[in-house]
Design a protein around this ligand. Structure first.
Ligand code: CP
Length: 332
């Protein structure tokens, strides 16, 4: 394995192998496995979990990490091709990535969607351009439509909690003050489909996930024996759910048009998960969210602080599964 960019790039068995390695490394720590190795982490967008979990994973395997956050102690960075650099940015990503790669044994890059052109973001235009500049093993730490490490950690968390492989997984849209990217919903629906689950995408009108994302998930479900469908009927979706996974995302119908998106979501304040959402769910139904989360906008305190919530476990498991990813990238 040389790159970990999208769960869809791997057969199910290879993902299961990574999950198995993560479990072994958790049970039997290998504090010298990556001794002498250096991981470079380039964050073009903010983070808490990804930043801390990659650094911790590397340290727990005996390696070290260099973190670059452009504009915070390093030069502001330009990412647009062909631009006249007479503004604030003194460094272009075209030099920054190969320079950083030359110091390191592997890189992780976080580069969110621009959020203006849906087709360009679905095609991962910017991340592909940056990935092409890197001649070392590379991890996607969240791009326009992929957050594979989050998806891997969520799969691991469900296995750990013995959520049935054929269980009902509801990915539900929840409200947020502004449109957020599609990376987590796209990776989550794909992960649950690949795991073989009955996947339901619950969302209000105007927030249907783009067809290429849904079709890719349906393809994964066909291979795993799972199913994928979407609905705006909350009662139908939540009945018998084994997992309710909440996520905020912008309206694909009004992609790049923040005012139209805001008008659509203004009447959707009841899309905030509270205890009543679990009324007809499976008695052991778990609540998941990738974090960060806006309390009492997206999810009520009573759910986040209640026994169903596994959000902190998911975040912890980011470190666990990333140890496996780094091990495979750097040791084979
Ligand atoms: N879930 C996640 O990626 O968190 P951060 O944005 O804090 O890294």
């Amino acid at each position: 394995m040389n790159r970990f960019l999208n769960l869809a790039d791997f057969p199910r068995e290879q993902i299961k192998d990574l999950l198995g390695l993560a479990a072994r490394l958790q049970q039997h720590p290998q504090p010298q496995a990556l001794a002498g190795k250096v991981l470079g982490l380039l964050f073009l967008n903010p983070s808490l979990r990804t930043l801390a979990s990659f650094q911790s994973a590397m340290m727990r395997l005996g390696g070290s990490a260099v973190v670059i956050t452009p504009g915070q102690g390093t030069w502001q960075m330009e990412t647009r091709p062909g631009v006249v650099m007479n503004g604030a940015a003194a460094e272009h990503i075209r030099e920054a990535v190969p320079v950083l790669a030359s110091y390191c044994d592997a890189l992780g890059i976080r580069m969110f969607a621009e959020g203006r052109d849906l087709a360009a973001d679905l095609a991962e235009t910017n991340f592909r351009m940056v990935a092409d500049l890197c001649d070392k093993p590379l991890v996607n730490m969240e791009s326009a439509v992929s957050h594979p490490c989050q998806a891997l950690a969520d799969w691991y968390t469900m296995d750990e909690l013995r959520v049935p492989e054929r269980g009902k997984f509801v990915l539900t849209w929840v409200n947020h003050p502004r449109p957020l990217p599609l990376a987590v919903p796209a990776s989550t629906v794909h992960m649950a489909a690949m795991r073989g689950m009955e996947v339901v995408v619950l969302r209000p009108e105007g927030f249907a996930l783009p067809e290429p994302i849904m079709e890719k998930a349906r393809e994964a479900a066909r291979a795993s024996g799972g199913t994928v469908y979407e609905t705006s009927d909350r009662n139908e979706a939540l009945a018998g759910a084994h997992v309710i996974y909440a996520k905020e995302w912008g309206s694909p119908q009004h992609y790049g048009d923040h005012e139209a998106d805001a008008r659509l979501r203004a009447s959707l304040t009841d899309w905030c998960v509270n205890e009543s959402w679990f009324k007809n769910a499976d008695p052991d139904c778990r609540f998941m969210h990738c974090l960060p989360v806006r309390r009492n906008v997206a999810v009520a305190d009573e759910v986040l602080d209640g026994p169903r919530s596994v959000v902190v476990r998911e975040a912890f498991n980011r470190m666990v599964v990333q140890m496996a990813v780094l091990y495979r990238l750097l040791r084979g």
